[in-house]
Design a protein around this ligand. Structure first.
Ligand code: G4P
Length: 532
């Protein structure tokens, strides 16, 4: 047991979020490179290949050419043990992307300097806000033409509603990118452009050093002096408490591709983040440093093989130390058990582990007993961690079986797949299960549903997409849903627990419903509290 406190203190567990193409993969690779976890980042090998090598979990996914799961990478850097939770983007975007954020203690938001805040950044950011976790901003691609840094700060503050505190400040951009000014150390780290594949040269020089003009030119020097004066006078004070609660985001400028600003970012990030934080449960906050092991399931990965109940449950360890073969207690299943084949991903390798600590993520073999949000503790310590919210789906389809004789398998299939959290299903009030409304966060989930129903349940389906884009849970009591004053293209549905929801085709209709129905309370996330 000795040393477990030190082990937990070393842990930093965070997720990187971004809109596709902002540079999340590139930044992740560079971070892994610093940890020595991979020999060379993707700049040497074909990048597309290396991307798969680094972050794809399962062989089967590679064969199918999709990444259904988000992966976890662990590496050591200057005595810290760092767990990076990857949040898939692009077409792979799904509810898992959101759930992964439930397992993180902080988030790094990567923004493309020429684009600013984009759609997916916004969505993921909202989920971070639910958790009050620290959010760090890395403004990437400064080696390309970029927007004015003041405008970028303003956009983040206005669009996302979080304060910003630039830790460093860019000097020029694109061809004229000369480096960054470190506001705390009050020195310049200069950037020398190269072919983009190597780490750039760095030089540290103070603002009033006469050599500076020679290095960055008079114009940029003057702009920098003006910018810094403005920043020192006008921007937020640096307040660590605000950072810790996700109210103020430390901002870093850099260029992941050329490896500029990545290591200083990592160092400051480690300095400003904390070891695993306490987690809320129905027995109060659970101290990560407690001797007793505890964890919660945030993701279940079906193995896509025909023996349906062969799955991996991903758990975030919230307290104590996990040992292979130890006896644990599955609270929701009311059972003592051993977690079988515990495994972890160390950069490229997926390996069976002997031990793990609060902050770590482990994947265990799941014979079909775990559900998203389940608590695992030790025998004699029974409590439940706060549930994982149900996220609002954005794509909807009517789904029914092609062969009415297969109705039973269809119902079983969609219900089980929904219980696993791979899709959400709804019904029109009073209607049967011959046809369900499937809601998903990313359209890939539809493909997974179709594939799994065919392969695991032997059911072929009809799927017809529906025009709805927004869903809201009705939080206030409704006597008769038919009497709600809603637009003709808004539909009332219910989930499997009987909770009422509204489906909308546009945001304007949401406003209409709220305005025309006194006391109607709608929410975008279902935190699960009313299911208990
Ligand atoms: P993502 O995971 O957020 O989707 O982004 P990813 O890292 O894959 O980066 C998207 C594209 O942006 C890649 O180019 C990548 O090389 C480039 N990129 C990332 N960081 C920087 C940067 O700091 N500066 C510049 N100039 N480019 C950057 P691609 O051509 O789409 O991919 P590839 O062909 O290089 O693999």
């Amino acid at each position: 047991m000795a040393g477990y406190i030190e082990q937990i203190e070393k842990r930093r567990t965070f997720a990187i979020i971004s809109h596709p193409d902002a540079g999340k993969t590139t930044l992740t690779e560079k971070l892994l490179l610093y940890g020595g976890a991979i020999a060379l980042a993707g700049t040497v090998k074909g990048k597309k290949n290396s991307r798969h090598a680094v972050s794809d979990w399962m062989e089967i996914e590679k064969q199918r050419g999709i990444s259904v799961t988000s992966s976890v990478m662990q590496f050591y850097y200057h005595g810290n043990c760092i767990n990076i939770l990857d949040t898939p983007g692009h077409q792979d975007f799904s509810e898992d992307t959101y759930r992964t954020l439930m397992a993180a203690d902080s988030a790094v938001m990567v923004i493309d300097a020429s684009k600013g805040v984009e759609a997916q950044t916004r969505k993921l950011f909202k989920v971070c806000l639910l958790r009050d976790i620290p959010i760090f901003t890395f403004i990437n691609k400064m080696d390309r033409e970029a927007r004015n840094p003041f405008d970028l700060m303003e956009e983040i503050e206005n669009e996302l509603g979080i304060g910003t505190y630039p830790i460093n400040w860019p000097i020029g951009c694109g061809r004229d990118f000369k480096g960054v000014y470190d506001r705390q150390r009050r020195e310049i780290i200069s950037f020398t452009a190269n072919n983009g594949s190597r780490e750039v040269e760095k030089r540290e020089i103070e603002l009033d050093d006469p050599e500076l003009t020679g290095l960055i030119g008079e114009e940029l020097r003057n702009t920098l002096a003006d910018d810094i004066e403005l920043l020192d006078g006008a921007s937020y004070e640096f307040d660590m408490e605000k950072v810790r609660h996700g109210k103020l985001s430390p901002v870093f400028f850099g260029s992941a591709l050329t490896n500029f600003g990545v290591e200083p970012f990592l160092e400051d990030f480690l300095r400003m983040t904390t070891p695993p934080l306490p987690r809320r449960s129905d027995a109060g906050e659970i101290d990560p440093f407690s001797k007793n092991f505890s964890a919660f399931v945030f993701k279940i990965q079906a193995n896509m093989n025909k023996a349906h109940r062969d799955r991996i449950a991903f758990m975030r360890i919230c307290s104590g130390r996990f040992e292979k073969e130890m006896e644990v207690y599955h609270v929701q299943g009311n059972k003592k058990m051993k977690l079988s084949q515990p495994q972890q991903l160390m950069a490229q390798e997926r390996e069976v582990i002997e031990e793990a600590y609060a902050g770590d993520i482990i994947g265990v073999f799941d014979p079909g007993i775990f559900s998203i949000g389940d608590t695992i503790s030790v025998p004699g310590k029974v409590f439940r961690f706060e549930g994982i919210p149900t996220f609002a789906p954005e794509h909807f389809a009517r789904v029914s079986t092609k062969d009415t004789m297969k109705r039973k398998q269809f119902v079983k299939g969609v219900t089980q797949i929904a219980q696993e959290g791979a899709i959400q299903i709804f019904q029109f009030p009073g209607a049967g299960m011959e046809e369900v409304i499937v809601g998903v966060v990313g359209t890939l989930q539809f493909e997974v549903l179709e594939y799994r129903l065919k392969n695991e349940y032997n059911v072929l389906i009809n799927m017809e997409s529906m025009p709805y884009q927004y869903i809201r849970w009705i939080d206030s009591p409704v006597e008769d849903p038919a009497k709600l004053n809603i637009t003709s293209d808004t539909r009332v549905v219910q989930d499997l627990k009987g909770n009422l929801l509204l489906l909308f085709t546009n945001q304007w209709n949401i406003g209409w419903a709220e305005e025309k129905n006194k006391g109607l309370e709608l929410s975008e996330f279902n935190t699960g509290s009313k299911d208990e």
